[in-house]
Design a protein around this ligand. Sequence first.
Ligand SMILES: NC(=O)c1ccc[n+]([C@@H]2O[C@H](COP(=O)([O-])OP(=O)(O)OC[C@H]3O[C@@H](n4cnc5c(N)ncnc54)[C@H](OP(=O)(O)O)[C@@H]3O)[C@@H](O)[C@H]2O)c1
Length: 394
Amino acid sequence: MMFASTASPTPHLLPSLSSPLAPHHRHLSTLSSPFTSVPISPAHGRRILPSSVRATPGRVTPLRVSASSQAAAAEASAVSSVPAEMKAWVYGEYGGVDVLKFDPKVPVPEVKEDQVLIKVVAAALNPVDAKRRQGKFKATDSPLPTVPGYDVAGVVVKVGSQVKELKEGDEVYGDINEKALEGPKQFGSLAEYTAVEEKLIALKPKNIDFVQAAGLPLAIETAYEGLERTGFSAGKSILILNGSGGVGSLVIQLAKHVFGASRVAATSGPRNLELLKSLGADLAIDYTKENFEDLPEKFDVVYDAIGQCDRAVKAVKEGGSVVALTGAVVPPGFRFVVTSNGEVLKKLNPYLESGKVKPVVDPKGPFSFAQVAEAFAYIETNRATGKVVIHPIP
Ligand SMILES: NC(=O)c1ccc[n+]([C@@H]2O[C@H](COP(=O)([O-])OP(=O)(O)OC[C@H]3O[C@@H](n4cnc5c(N)ncnc54)[C@H](OP(=O)(O)O)[C@@H]3O)[C@@H](O)[C@H]2O)c1
């Protein structure tokens, strides 16, 4: 147990007045798009994928239309405000930023028994979105075409029959893909709607807005899981490589303010040294001027969020742990891939609500929905500070 407090998850939250729940039901026959010409089969009312989102033969699984008529009938009141199709970003082949296409007529995803449908208010990018789009995980990816996006913050507009706690109107956030690299969903969060298992999400902390919330899930769950896997606990020291990125900015805060680290050091470029200190770092190391492994000081844990495990192992104390998120691993370092888990968000919500842990949103953002390709290009520079968030979503 790593927490100083065992505060229970937040009670049910009412949607704020600003929640964008205004229904905007559209009829298929009235759909038109300046971006794509999307033929719709009159027999089934189903969309035929445009060539822009068709991929190699054999790899394309057409996106399916919304819930079955039975399920829809059972939840008629909820469904009535959810359109059949939505605006989304889609790619039908792996490649650079240019494979991303805006598509105004993507079917709203089907909601399974254990899932909720979220009206997306804000979404965030992670490096995994770019790597996935580049085809780096194609062996374990879901079939193309893909609506990208792991992180979401939004409002529940529909619940599956086995959903236990969440209800329509709840403001939620989460990482929609339980296993980041194993069959991530075909319908991601860079869309007006996304469907996600109840167990992967949590109520949004009351004090933060949707933009801040969208940037948290994958990064904070990675930060937390990595610390747990090292057996991190109060009184230990830690060095974080890349303290200014999405994950590292949260590792600093969790180590210091949740786990009770005795000493926190972190690396960044010169422009983010003050940020590291404001988040809780006792020592901020400018990687352009100093080699952290040459410091006389060694650490109980080194958290490598940049891919420098060969150097990280030189900065750890005898018997200490080195956890790596990316790149080649050198013993005793180990690597893991994050598992999305709403319970982690629920545990951490009190720390977010008390302000002990703060979301860090890159000041170049939030990027509008029209700027998703620019946002991808930006995160791919590897220069983002904190999280790259997309808002508003139409
Ligand atoms: N295994 C997993 O489950 C998992 C989960 C999440 C993320 N990851 C991976 O972990 C890595 C970090 O993710 P992230 O979301 O935190 O990335 P990020 O936000 O894109 O990281 C960008 C930051 O990296 C800093 N940086 C660049 N070169 C650096 C260096 N040599 N030393 C220290 N900092 C440097 C940049 O600072 P400057 O601009 O000052 O250079 C920038 O602030 C990515 O490779 C990601 O794919 C893996």
